[in-house]
Design a protein around this ligand. Structure first.
Ligand code: 5AD
Ligand code: SF4
Length: 455
């Protein structure tokens, strides 16, 4: 029997998509996946460096892996992803028993690096690439509900937001060949998947050209339209947009296709133009609000979510209050909210002092979270009485009358409803009866499209 590997993933959706590429590469080289860590010959952890607490979580896992290795010394331990790229050989020197360190652009080298470790050496490959997109590799879908899946359309980031470690850990931006993206989306649809999310650090700057002349190039709105044209039954989502590059052309494409989900994740980070300038975001509060108005005018039913950082270097009370006032003005449906965490060697770490005391960061973050909770709750209250098309994802729990099913609206809101008559992959019309800040509860009106029988 072949050697078995176990893989754990932390961080963003891109990391989860990368682990599926890693699985494909390892399976091809004769290794077998196991979901039982105790049975593994190779333990891999795909890591995130975006904030210090993300890294701390991984260090905790490495402690556990070391204790497993102490009982079974043949076990190999590998660190993949952003921490591998950021810390490089330091991971080998960390006394956690790490044997293998592989950065996000070096996964094709994994089989040979594993061989090196089997021969008794440590192995590191953290070379970043200007070309690698893993375009020809068919990801092995893991932890999937069989209905929705991610497709990575580009890698890296050129934006250099001053707080962000991503351009250093994931390298320069490059776009993937649209043919391979379309091929992957079609294959998923044929296998019964009904939703794909196109992933990139900044999808608005997707740009593919078959040659240097730029003839026949493909932009993101064009790519999106091509994917949406595969079938009206395939929902298409995308993430993440950048306010500075976010175009009306994209909104017009969204308006043209019912199956392009009406949800935009548009990270604002701060509502203060002076803070945005220190963050090197390259837009102002006014620009952001104008982009939000464009969304609301062109796509009145579109939901908007965001990312917010509390307590960035030098942030005054006034600047923080501008974030709160922008949140109220936009009325975000959802937000990911964080305390600023200084990342070594970023522009902010080099040029600014991380001078906001921890308790101030905490209290500002709490204010932001409280406000967002109330915005989310009142946004969802407005949904009561409306009927939404829901893509069914799975069973929430068994109820007395039937089954409680869970799905999502086009706007990415989670809806639960009772029915023993629908299954994952079905589309159903659901009328909303109740709302909390996280979930909508409704009743099934009718089933509109049946899921495909799995092949
Ligand atoms: N500290 C806190 N939050 C950060 N993010 C990125 N870098 C940092 C940092 N150093 C947040 C941003 C980004 C999201 C993915 O993570 O809000 O949009
Ligand atoms: Fe980081 Fe900014 Fe790139 Fe997002 S756009 S990954 S925040 S540098």
């Amino acid at each position: 029997m072949g050697k078995r590997y176990y893989i754990e993933t932390y961080g963003c959706q891109m990391n989860f998509a990368d682990s599926e590429v890693v699985a494909s590469i390892l399976n091809k080289s004769g290794l077998e996946v196991t979901s039982e860590i105790q049975n593994a010959d190779l333990i891999l952890v795909n890591t995130c460096s975006i904030r210090d607490n993300a890294e701390q979580r991984v260090w905790g896992r490495l402690d556990l892996f070391r204790s497993i290795k102490r009982k079974k010394s043949s076990v190999m331990i590998g660190v993949l992803g952003c921490m591998a790229e950021r810390l490089k050989e330091q991971l080998l020197e960390s006394d956690r028993g790490v044997d293998l360190v592989v950065g996000p652009d070096a996964y094709r080298d994994l089989p040979s690096l594993v061989n090196t470790v089997e021969e008794g050496h440590k192995a590191v490959n953290v070379l970043l690439s200007r070309e690698e997109t893993y375009a020809d590799i068919s990801p092995v879908r893991m932890e999937s509900n069989g209905v929705s899946s991610f497709i990575s359309i580009m890698r890296g980031c050129n934006n250099m937001c001053s707080y962000c470690v991503v351009p250093y850990t994931r390298g320069a931006e490059r776009s993937r060949d649209p043919k391979s993206i379309l091929g992957e989306a079609k294959e998923l649809f044929d296998r019964g998947y009904r939703e794909v999310t196109l992933l990139g650090q900044n999808v608005d700057s997707y740009y593919w050209s078959p040659n240097d002349s730029g003839d026949n190039h493909v932009t993101f709105p064009e790519l999106l339209e091509m994917v949406a044209s595969i079938s009206p039954l395939l929902r298409v989502r995308f993430s993440t947009n950048h306010p500075k590059d976010f175009s009306n052309e994209l909104l017009t494409v969204m308006a043209r296709h019912h199956n392009i989900c009406k949800h935009i994740h548009l990270p604002v980070q701060s509502g203060s133009s002076t803070t945005l300038s220190r963050m090197n975001r390259r837009y102002t509060r006014e620009w952001y609000l104008e982009r939000v108005n464009a969304i609301k005018n062109i796509l009145p039913d579109c939901t908007i979510s965001t990312d917010i950082i509390a307590g960035f270097c030098g942030e005054s009370d006034e600047e923080h209050n501008e974030t709160l006032s922008l949140m109220k003005e936009v009325e975000f449906d959802f937000a990911y909210m964080f305390k600023y965490s200084e990342r070594p060697n970023t522009k902010a770490a080099r040029h600014f002092k991380d001078d906001i005391p921890e308790e101030v960061k905490t209290s500002r973050l709490n204010e932001i979270i409280d406000l967002q909770n109330s915005l989310s709750a009142s946004g969802k209250k407005k949904d009561i009485g409306k009927t939404y098309e829901v893509l069914v994802e799975g069973v929430a729990k068994k109820a007395i009358a039937g089954l409680t099913m869970t799905g999502r609206t086009s706007g990415n809101k989670v809806v639960v409803f009772e029915s023993s008559d629908v299954r994952p992959g079905d589309y159903a019309l659901v009328t909303i009866e109740k709302a909390t800040s996280a979930t909508l509860t409704g009743v099934l009106k009718e089933k509109t499209h049946k899921a495909k029988d799995k092949i």
